[in-house]
Ligand binder design. Structure first.
Ligand SMILES: [Zn+2]
Ligand SMILES: [Zn+2]
Length: 392
C-alpha cells in the first residue's frame, strides 16, 4: 500500500516540482537552478542540508524520533544534451537540453520522501538524502566519493532507484547482484604511411588495416568470451582521411566496451590488444590501444536487494516486484557509491512502451521521453517504506 496516495496534496506538489525541474534541465555539474530549487523545497520544510558536494550536490538529513542506524538514499539531478521534441506545457525551456532520462522524476521522488519523512519521523536513526549531480557521463558519484561523502555522512548502506520504460507502472525490478555493466571507452590508433591514392604500393594504408581490425573485433565476444558471460565491444567512431586521392597516415577508432566482471573485462582487453597489434604488425603498421574506464559495474549486495524487494512489495504487492529481470549492458555511476558502501539499486517501472506511443512510453535518452507523473507517489512511498523497514 502506498504511504503517499495518488492524487494526494503531496502527489500534486510533486507533479509541480517535477514539471519545474523538467522545464529547466541542466547538464552535468551545471545543475545550479536544479540544486537551488531542490534546496528551496527542503528549506521551506525546515530540512537541514549540506550543499556544494561535487559542485552542485545536496545532502539533506532527517533524524528519526529515536537513535538508530544511518542510511543514504540517492537521486540523480542532471539532464542530457538533447533537443526535446515534446509539446506539452512542461517542455524544456533550455534549448538543446532535456530531462530524457527521468532524473527530474528521481529528484522529485526523493524530495517527496524527504518532505513526508520530515513530518512523519517515527523511525529510529538517520536518513541522508543524496541529490547527486552528473550521472550522465560526468561521474558525479565518483566525485562525491572522492570528496568523502561517506566520511562526512557515514552510512551503513546506500540505495538508488532509476525509472525503467518497458516495466509496467506499479512494478519494480530488483536484482540480487549485477544490475548494470561496467563501461570503458576503447581508443585504437593505427599508424601507417600515407601517400598518393594512385600509388598504394608506396604506402601502408591504415584504412584497410582498420577495416580488418573492426571485422576481427567482432569475434572477440563471439569466440573468446564464455557463452554464459556477457560483454559488448562496439566500434562507434571511425576517423581517417581528408581527401579522396590521399591515403592517410593514420586511422583512429573509438568504441565502447561493456562487461560485468573484471576477469571478463581484462580478458576482452587482452584479446583486443592482440588483434590490434597482430593485424597492424602483419601489415607493416604500428598501433596503440587503450581502454579508458568510465563507470564500474553496478552490483547489488543480495542482503540489501532483499530489503529493497521487501519494501517494494509492501507498496505494490509481491507479484509486482520482478526478481528475475536480466541486467542491462548500460551503466550507472551509482556503481561508485556501491563500491564505497554496501547497498542496492533498483528499477521502478515507468510504464509499458506501446509501439505507437510518441510520449511517456518512449525509452530513455529519447527526444520524446517523459517521466511518468503517476509513479511519483509509488517511488516516494517505496523510499518511505524502505526507511521505515530498515530504521525501525
Ligand atoms: Zn541516462
Ligand atoms: Zn539516468
Amino acid at each position: 500500500m502506498s504511504t503517499i496516495e495518488k492524487k494526494s496534496d503531496l502527489h500534486e506538489q510533486m507533479v509541480s516540482w517535477r514539471h519545474h525541474l523538467h522545464q529547466h534541465p541542466e547538464l552535468s555539474f551545471k545543475e545550479e537552478i536544479t540544486s537551488d530549487y531542490i534546496a528551496s523545497v527542503l528549506e521551506s520544510h525546515g530540512i537541514e542540508m549540506h550543499r556544494g558536494m561535487a559542485v552542485t550536490g545536496i545532502i539533506a538529513t532527517i533524524h528519526g524520533q529515536k537513535k538508530g542506524g544511518v542510511i543514504g538514499l540517492r537521486a540523480d539531478m542532471d539532464a542530457l544534451p538533447l533537443h526535446e521534441q515534446n509539446e506539452f506545457s512542461h517542455k524544456s525551456v533550455h534549448d538543446g537540453k532535456m530531462h530524457a532520462c527521468g532524473h527530474d522524476g528521481h529528484s522529485t521522488m526523493l524530495l517527496g520522501a524527504a518532505v513526508y519523512l520530515k513530518e512523519n519521523n517515527d523511525f529510529s536513526g538517520t536518513v541522508h538524502f543524496i541529490f547527486q549531480p552528473a550521472e550522465e557521463g560526468g561521474g558525479g558519484g565518483r566525485v562525491m566519493v572522492e570528496e568523502g561523502i561517506f566520511d562526512k555522512f557515514p552510512c551503513q548502506a546506500v540505495y538508488g532507484m532509476h525509472n525503467f520504460p518497458g516495466i509496467a507502472e506499479g512494478q519494480f525490478a530488483v536484482h540480487d547482484t549485477a544490475v548494470m555493466a561496467a563501461n570503458e571507452t576503447l581508443k585504437i590508433s593505427i599508424i601507417g604511411k600515407g601517400g598518393h591514392a594512385a600509388m598504394p604500393e608506396q604506402c601502408i594504408d591504415p584504412v584497410v588495416i582498420g577495416a580488418q581490425i573492426i571485422n576481427a573485433l567482432q569475434s572477440v565476444v563471439a569466440r573468446n568470451v564464455a557463452p554464459l558471460n556477457s560483454a559488448v565491444v562496439s566500434i562507434t567512431m571511425v576517423d581517417a582521411g581528408y581527401a579522396s586521392n590521399v591515403i592517410p597516415n593514420e586511422m583512429n577508432l573509438t568504441g565502447s566496451l561493456r562487461y560485468f566482471t573484471k576477469k571478463v573485462g581484462d580478458g576482452v582487453k587482452e584479446n583486443i590488444k592482440n588483434i590490434v597489434n597482430g593485424i597492424s604488425g602483419s601489415m607493416g603498421a604500428t598501433a596503440t590501444f587503450e581502454s579508458i574506464p568510465n563507470y564500474p559495474a553496478t552490483i547489488n549486495t543480495p542482503k540489501h536487494a532483499d530489503l529493497c524487494a521487501k519494501a517494494a512489495a509492501m507498496v505494490v504487492g509481491n507479484n509486482n516486484v520482478l526478481r528475475s529481470e536480466p541486467p542491462t549492458m548500460g551503466s550507472e555511476d551509482f556503481a561508485f557509491l556501491l563500491n564505497a558502501s554496501e547497498g542496492a539499486y533498483i528499477w521502478i517501472g515507468n510504464g509499458l512502451v506501446p509501439e505507437d506511443s510518441p510520449r511517456g512510453g518512449c525509452m530513455l535518452h529519447n527526444t520524446q521521453y517523459d517521466f511518468n507523473d503517476e509513479i511519483l507517489p509509488i517511488g516516494s512511498s517505496y523510499w518511505v517504506q524502505l526507511v521505515q523497514n530498515i530504521l525501525k
